[in-house]
Design a protein around this ligand. Structure first.
Ligand code: FEC
Length: 275
């Protein structure tokens, strides 16, 4: 057995809020055919959903999408999977929903990848001769996860960042014949992820990134949400990251959605329903 085969290859991850992205087109013709007072009432009713329910630890935000891919994107952060259903049904129950056409959606969960701690711990256990998946190994993993979970609470259950603009897209790591992220040894993946994190950290204060994992939930492996007050930062950061080895060699991207946040009192204006 090689050293790599004796190490677990799966990085530890921590999961936090459940996340639903919903992209919609507004049926403008039908919407505009409504009376001004109906539009006002319907917009006001929908605006109530934005913000959140502290008791249920659920938060929702709405963004106006640029371009043909949609008009509105709702982002919901929820404490449980069931809560995602509830929030979806709440929106379906509004009168505004009658005028919305689904354009896309994405289901995922906030994920913190623990490459550094995983490799350190796997090495220690390996040196002690503790074989993977034995009770001793499981106990050590549980202990590390517990410690990290406590330390990372605010990153696992964040508020939707309060920046003006959002950029959301799903992505995969390549699993091709010649380039396959999943067959690289964990130490090499850790090295490349560390390089990625160093580039990202240079944008601290300018952008907030939230990575959600979607393996088993949606068509891509991760969702990336970037929030910033300056939309140009999205281009600068993503372009710079294209040169990271992990992106240059292993990243595949889905559709990008870019837009601007609307607070509850701005929804009526966007829907042309202001007084
Ligand atoms: O294997 C995996 O765990 C992949 C999950 C993953 C993807 C991903 C893609 C992007 N990120 C982008 C921005 C940033 C910024 C920071 C940053 C740091 C990390 C860390 C992990 C991580 N990213 Fe990432 N990113 C993924 C995972 N990323 C792990 C390190 C620690 C952490 O923050 O959790 C710096 C954050 C800070 O410290 O302030 C900014 C962007 C992309 C998509 C573009 C690309 O070329 O990959 C942008 C998938």
């Amino acid at each position: 057995m090689t050293a790599n085969q004796s190490m677990s290859q799966v990085p530890l991850t921590l999961e936090g809020s459940w996340v639903l992205h919903q992209m919609f087109r507004l049926r403008w013709a039908e919407w505009r055919a409504l009376s001004a007072s109906d539009r006002q009432d319907i917009a006001a009713e929908a605006a109530v959903l934005i913000g959140g329910d502290q008791a249920a630890r659920q938060q929702s935000a709405v963004f106006q999408i640029l371009g043909h891919k949609g008009d509105l994107m709702f982002i919901h952060f929820c404490k449980s999977f069931e809560q995602l259903h509830a929030v979806e049904h709440q929106l379906e129950a509004t009168r505004l929903h009658t005028y919305l056409e689904p354009a896309s959606s994405y289901v995922s969960v906030i994920e913190l990848g623990l490459y550094d701690s995983s490799v350190k711990l796997y090495r220690e256990l390996n040196e002690k001769g503790t074989a993977p998946h034995t009770p001793e190994w499981n106990a050590a993993i549980e202990e590390t996860l517990k410690r990290q979970r406590e330390a990372m609470q605010s990153r696992l259950f964040p508020e939707i960042p309060n920046h003006k603009h959002v950029c959301f897209y799903p992505m995969d790591r390549k699993r091709g014949e010649h380039k396959n992220w999943y067959t690289l040894p964990i130490e090499e993946r850790q090295r490349q992820m560390e390089e990625h994190g160093l580039v990202g950290r240079r944008y601290a204060g300018k952008v907030r990134q939230i990575i959600t994992g979607s393996i088993g939930f949606d068509d891509w492996e991760w969702g990336v949400d970037l929030f910033s007050d300056d939309p140009l930062v999205f281009k600068k950061l993503i372009y710079e990251m294209r040169f990271d080895q992990v992106s240059a060699e292993y990243a595949l991207f889905g559709s990008f959605y870019v837009g601007s946040r609307m607070m509850a009192d701005e929804v009526s204006g966007f829907l042309g329903a202001s007084k």
